[in-house]
Design a protein. Structure first.
Length: 872
């Protein structure tokens, strides 16, 4: 009994010990599993995600006229895979579209210590590609939807070949498009999809097995027998001599096709591979449809009789672990398959020039890093973004004095950059003039002005009929008589630009106009304006008065002797029509006349430039007309330039920097600007010139721009400009890059300490939102400070054009009717034809009673002081 009891106790103790052993084993295995999981997660956390942006034009025509075939482009990716077969950690390749947006992005997940190696290798096999570190991982999951997923494995043993891209892409049809077709079905919001492939090198032991199988098959064994014999040889006893003799004499049946396939497969590196497909949508049926489309793409690689892919849908119960492994990019041994580099490149590669999917995110234009000697102070142009790193790009004040030239198609970001720089200059207390041909941007700029600088603002808006500002182009500083010559030359060039005097004027036109301007500008205190130019020709008494007081002998000689002596078509009487027809569209324009007819300009340009004022010019064509807008803009430019040249007597170190911004500057550029570009720097006038394409500029001005401008900024341009600008940005960027720059990105050739840098790419900064309430108040304040009531201006014009009494009494009993340009008399004949651009459709002020109906005044009596509109 004691013995039996002892046996029972031993048995029970054995059971207990067994249970304890199992518990300890389970606990130990759990610890190992948790440790391995922790190691995997820690490894995953030490990974970085790289965004690969392939160049859109990967396969441009070669010099011999041929084009790279699709197989050659995919081979680049296959060769890249061969460079990572020494990295023992998994490398992750992904194509994904987040649950918001449409573009398909290509990523590579790599251990942190291999980032530079992978970046370098990708760029060497994919020239022109951009590979940058992603700061924040993408998210395909709809937070309010459902997620489905699947694994991809092999149906047969991995020794058996699949079809590769060499066969599938024979017709230059990219097999990648079959996978991307599912991405094309995604909705813009609420649906996401990811295609994930993880690869890691196969162990040397596995590679040895393949060599052994191949050897056995060459000896005549079937595939399954050869595979099994490798395992049996490890555990079986040595064969007898008799057995060896029987096997040697046994007929051999060699599967040459399979051997050839296996030899081909062995010739390239092997990798263990995980393939996951994950889709997310609001509704289950939509998520499953997306996943099914992606799964069907693997069918193109089926090799009948040998191998094909098998899809394993993840059950709902396993989705949590599946999504966890997908998100942390953890390798699963359970669902691994073995593929060589050719097979991997078949099911995944970076986009090629043959990829047809419209949603693939390509690098439309190359980027280049900023110079290492970028200034640390100065005006911010934007930021350089390259390889995931960003750096602020600045230009110093001294380099800005060599001017900035900006070119780019409409809507590409030119005005954004322009306004960003204007805002900085204003906040820095600098003097600024912004000439805006559109109107909206000038008004928004007012909303960016700090309250402490509101009193410095002058808002010039010709469309303001209530309180127009005066702008007398003929006004100049008597202390600087050279300004008179500059203004006259500029005005003639302006009229030439507007009317093409080579066809509508001629040398005599210029001679008459120049001498008329010299005559009325001889005495700067008289305050004559463009209105008086016509009066010189039509009012003999006025002309005689000016000639009598003129101090310029050559001008007196012209009007006293030369002009009266000219007869025929070139006589002064015939030239009146040519002269007045060029000026009449402006002096009869209800918006322009009150501006150019004021004797004293509201704007003191010397004060504006020397005391750092802010001049914002709204030249919207809507009210004043296109030609009038161009005239006023060129007058403003001419006045600023002449004021800058007047600084010649001021020591250079005492000259205040002033910044002139001209958008669409081809409309306001005249020949004189060529010399300005080379000389304005000395006078501390820094130009910022922007327009859309080079052919907008006359050849001499474009030559002056590219010959003198220090900094060139190019946004996206057309093909013709891209070819021309390639010379400025070569060899870093090509014409293909120039015509494909994304919006709000640009290429810059920056002047740094007087030397031109290598070209690089920048991205403009997001503009500040303007305070429109502040803008409205500034408009009102500026009009009150610098404008003048229109009634006073009209009265002043009437007073100035009262007739001068002639030496002989007038023929009519009544005094001659005064010439009042603000209210042109109505002649018996049809009124002159006025272009819509020159005359705005506004109601004219009430006309005063006309003397035609007075019986004492004959209707056909001539008025020697009135302006005859019929000659226009």
């Amino acid at each position: 009994m004691t013995f039996a009891f002892s046996q029972s106790m031993v048995f029970i103790a054995g059971i207990v010990m067994g249970i304890l052993g199992l518990v300890l084993l389970y606990f130990f295995l759990s610890l190992i599993a948790r440790h391995r999981e922790r190691v995997k997660v820690n490894l995953a956390l030490n990974y970085s995600l790289l965004l690969v942006e392939a160049p859109k034009y990967t396969s441009l025509p070669k010099t011999d006229g041929t084009t790279a075939k699709l197989g050659e482009e995919i081979l680049y990716f296959e060769n890249f895979l061969g460079t990572i077969n020494k990295i023992k950690f998994p490398i992750v390749f992904e194509a994904a579209t987040p649950h918001f947006g449409e573009e398909i992005f290509f990523y590579v997940g790599v251990p942190n210590k291999y980032i530079e190696l992978i970046q370098k290798n990708i760029k060497s096999f994919l020239p022109g590609a951009e590979v940058s570190v992603v700061k924040e991982d993408y998210n395909i999951f709809n937070p309010e939807g459902v997620t489905v997923g699947s694994f991809v494995t092999l149906k047969s043993h991995y020794f058996k070949m699949l079809k590769s891209y060499q066969e599938v892409s024979a017709g230059n049809v990219d097999p990648l498009d079959a996978f991307l077709s599912s991405f094309n079905k995604l909705k813009k919001e609420g649906e996401g999809l990811s295609y994930q492939i993880m690869v890691r090198p196969l162990s040397s032991r596995e590679n040895a097995k393949i060599s052994g199988v191949l050897k056995k098959m060459k000896e005549g064994k079937g595939f399954d027998e050869a595979r099994g014999s490798i395992t049996k040889e490890v555990f079986s006893l040595p064969k007898s001599e008799k057995t060896k003799t029987e096997e040697a004499t046994k007929p051999k049946i060699v599967d040459e096709t399979l051997i050839k396939n296996l030899e081909g497969k062995m010739g390239k590196p092997f990798f263990e591979v995980n393939v996951r497909l994950v889709s997310s949508a609001k509704e289950l049926i939509d998520a499953e449809e997306l996943l099914s489309t992606a799964e069907s793409a693997f069918g193109q690689f089926a090799n009948p009789g040998y191998n094909e892919f098998s899809i394993i849908r993840v059950h709902k119960r396993g989705m949590r672990d599946f999504v966890y492994n997908f998100a942390f990019r953890l390798f699963s041994k359970k669902h691994r398959m073995v593929l060589n580099t050719e097979e991997i490149a078949s099911i995944f590669h970076f986009p090629t020039s043959y990829t047809k999917s419209p949603l693939v995110h390509f690098l439309s234009a190359r980027r280049a890093p900023s110079p290492v000697n970028l200034p640390q102070e100065g005006t911010v142009l934007g930021e350089s973004v390259y390889q995931g790193m960003s750096e602020t790009v600045r230009i110093t004040q001294n380099d800005r004095r060599r001017h900035i030239y900006l070119i780019g198609q409409t809507g590409t970001g030119k005005t954004t950059l322009l306004k960003n720089i204007i805002e900085q200059d204003i906040k820095n207390g600098s003097g600024v003039c912004f000439i805006d041909p559109h109107g909206d941007d000038s008004y928004k700029t007012l909303g960016l002005i700090p309250k402490e600088r509101v009193d410095d603002v002058m808002y010039f808006n010709p469309g303001d009929m209530q309180r127009p500002m005066g702008l007398n182009i003929l006004e100049y500083d008597a202390r600087y008589p050279e300004q008179k010559t500059f203004i006259i030359n500029a005005l003639i060039e302006i009229i030439d630009k507007l009317y093409n005097l080579s066809q509508t004027g001629g040398p005599m036109f210029e001679q008459y106009l120049r001498n008329a301007l010299l005559l009325i500008m001889d005495d700067p205190s008289a305050g004559y304006t463009l209105l008086e130019v016509s009066k010189v020709f039509v009012d003999e008494q006025f002309r005689k008065k000016l000639v009598a007081a003129c101090r310029n002998d050559s001008v007196v000689e012209f009007w006293a002797k030369q002009a009266p002596a000219v007869g025929g078509e070139l006589s002064m009487e015939n030239m009146i029509t040519w002269i007045t027809s060029k000026l009449n569209p402006f002096i009869t324009n209800d918006f322009v006349r009150p501006i150019i007819a004021q004797s004293k300009s509201s704007l003191n340009f010397k004060d504006v430039m020397d005391n750092r004022k802010i001049l914002i010019v709204n030249l919207s064509k809507g009210k004043i007309g296109e030609t009038s807008a161009y005239l006023l803009g060129m007058i403003l430019v001419a006045k600023i330039l002449s004021t800058a040249f007047a600084r010649v007597d001021v020591p250079e170190e005492q000259r205040t920097d002033f910044y002139l911004f001209i958008d669409e500057f081809q409309n306001f550029a005249f020949k004189g600007i060529s010399s300005i570009l080379s000389e304005a720097r000395k006078y501390r006038l820094s130009l910022f010139l922007a327009h859309q394409y080079i052919k907008q500029l006359p050849e001499d001005i474009s030559g002056a721009v590219f010959g003198n401008v220090g900094t060139i900024v190019s946004f996206r341009v057309g093909a013709e400009d891209g070819e021309f600008l390639e010379q400025q940005f070569h060899p870093v960027f090509t014409r293909t890059d120039m015509v494909n720059i994304p919006n709000y990105h640009a290429y810059v050739r920056l002047l740094i300490d007087g030397y031109v840098s290598d070209p690089f790419s920048i991205r403009t900064l997001i503009p500040t939102n303007p305070n429109m309430e502040l803008a409205a108040k500034i408009v009102e304040l500026s009009a009150l400070k610098y404008g003048k009531p229109k009634e006073e201006i009209d009265e002043d014009i009437r007073n100035r054009f009262k007739p001068i009494a002639p030496s002989a009494p007038p023929v009519a009993s009544m005094p001659p009717r005064p010439f009042i340009p603000s209210v042109p008399p109505t002649p018996p004949q049809a009124p002159p034809v006025q272009s819509a651009s020159a005359q705005a459709p506004m109601d004219k002020p009430a006309q005063p009673a006309q003397p035609e109906n007075n019986p004492s005044t004959p209707k056909d009596s001539a008025d020697p002081y009135s302006f005859d509109n019929s000659i226009v």
